[in-house]
Structure formats: C-alpha cells, structure tokens
Design a protein around this ligand. Structure first.
Ligand code: JDE
Length: 250
C-alpha cells in the first residue's frame, strides 16, 4: 500500500510546484506516494470565503477558524481502517525529527494542516487528534514551507524513493548523530588539502576517521543528540580520544 499525503492550506499553489520536481516528484510518478493540496477556502461558508477571525480574549492578529479545517478533513475522507496521522505545523509543536519522518513513512495517509496569522483555533487540534509539530525554533508566515519539509523528509524514506546508489540508512541522523565532513576532487582547493587519511585507501582507517569526525561535530554543535544516540563501544573510545585532544588544545 502506498502513502497518501493531503495538505490543507489557503495557498494550495505553494505546494504543487515543489512536489513536482526532484526525489518527491519521482516518487509520485513511480506511484510510491500521492500528494494533493486542498484549498481551505473551499470549505468556508460566506461569500468572502472567510478563513480567519479575531481572537477571543482580544489582542493583536487573527486566528484561523475551526470549522473550515473540520470540513476539509471530512472531505478528504479515507477508510476507517487506514493508518493515518493528522499533523498541524506550528512553532508550538513537538520538534520534527528523523524518527517521526520514519513513522510517517509507514502510514497509509498523512494529513498536513497549514495555519497562517497567529495560529489555528485550538479545537482543531483537539477535535482532529492532530499532532502539533514544529520544524524549527523560528516563525514562518504560514505552515506551508514547514509542510514541504515534512513531505520531503518522509517521502525520501519510502522504499524505492532513493535510487539504489543512495540509501537513507547512511544519512545524518540514521543513528542519531550528525554526518561526517565530505570532500571531492581536486585534492587541494585554494591551498586547502583533503585530510590525508581519505587518500590512503585504508578503508578501516577511513571508516574510523569518519565516525570520529561525525562524533566530534555532534559533540561541538548538537551535544544534546549524544544523549539519545545509538553509540557503540568504539564510539565511546572515539569520544574519549576527542576529549583528550580538546584538553591538549585548551
Ligand atoms: C512550523 N516551525 C515554525 C506560524 C505563528 C506568531 C506568528 C505566527 C498554526 O499556527 C501557526 C503556524 C505558523 C507557521 O508555522 C511555523 C513553524 N515549524 O512558523 C504561527 C506563531 N506566532 C502559528
């Protein structure tokens, strides 16, 4: 069974072009995923197709009305037995990550709700049992770009979405840490040489160096990831080496 992705938005035109190209477009053409953008305004009921209103309790900005989202999701339908998630993109959400993308890639249907203005009436999240998800600690003008990030991260994990030349298993985050640094020809660029080990042909040393540099980058940039990473006894040795090197340099 393939995945169906439905995006609910007042700007359906923001979704179509990005999902037509690249890996996602190829996955659609291969029948691995179906992606549809639904215009929220089709589910409003006044002649101005009003999707927002002033916040109860006062204050600045506008809030997206609940009823059009409920109707849009009802119109999307779906079998009662299907495995699905309804996801609301928002800076208040649980951080999106690779594990969540992998879970979405196992579903029959993913419904993505895009809000604008200050947010969506809270009863939408409650009433649709939606997972509120954030793609980062910053504020976008709408959930559409966040939804596209979730789509890309999820679709590339569908079996067959990447060619056999690449594998999602080799990615940054596949074992919970950052990737190692990459180099390609020429061996010297503007006076900067490639690390010697990568030219050595010694695959054991290369593998160990890469693992060490992946751990070093994670420790420096995202130390919180090391708490939950899947680390081997060799990783622990490499981290000790890195710590000793840091003390020498300090
Ligand atoms: C998603 N990370 C960031 C933005 C918003 C002030 C102004 C606007 C549904 O409610 C939302 C959605 C969005 C768009 O999504 C993001 C986002 N992951 O910005 C606001 C909040 N405060 C509200």
């Amino acid at each position: 069974m393939s995945l169906a992705i439905d995006v609910v938005t007042i700007f359906p035109g923001m979704i179509a072009p990005p999902v037509e190209g690249g890996i996602v477009g190829r996955a659609v053409e291969a029948g691995l995923v179906r992606i549809a953008a639904h215009d929220l305004r089709e589910h409003t009921d006044d002649k101005h197709r009003t999707a927002d209103d002033a916040p109860f309790g006062g204050g600045p900005g506008m809030v997206m009305k609940a009823e059009p989202f409920f109707r849009a999701v009802e119109a999307i339908g779906g079998a009662p037995t299907e495995r699905r998630a309804v996801v609301l993109l928002s800076p208040r959400g649980t951080p999106f990550n690779q594990d969540r993308a992998a879970r979405y890639a196992t579903l029959d249907r993913l419904v993505l709700l895009c809000g604008r203005y200050e947010g969506i009436d809270e009863r939408v999240r409650e009433g649709l049992a939606a997972e509120e998800v954030s793609v980062g600690d910053f504020v976008l003008t709408g959930g559409e770009v966040a939804a596209l990030a979730v789509i890309e991260a999820t679709v590339r994990l569908l079996p067959g979405a990447l060619g056999d030349e690449t594998s999602a298993g080799a990615d940054s985050f596949s074992d919970g840490i950052l990737d190692f640094p990459h180099y390609t020809r020429p061996a010297v660029v503007r006076g900067r040489a490639v690390p010697d080990v990568l030219l050595s042909g010694d695959h054991g040393r290369i593998r160990r160096w890469r693992r060490k540099e992946a751990l070093r980058a994670t420790r420096e940039r995202r130390p919180e990831l090391l708490r939950n990473a899947r680390l081997s006894p060799e990783d622990a040795d490499l981290l000790s080496e890195i710590e000793r090197e840091d003390k020498v340099l300090a």
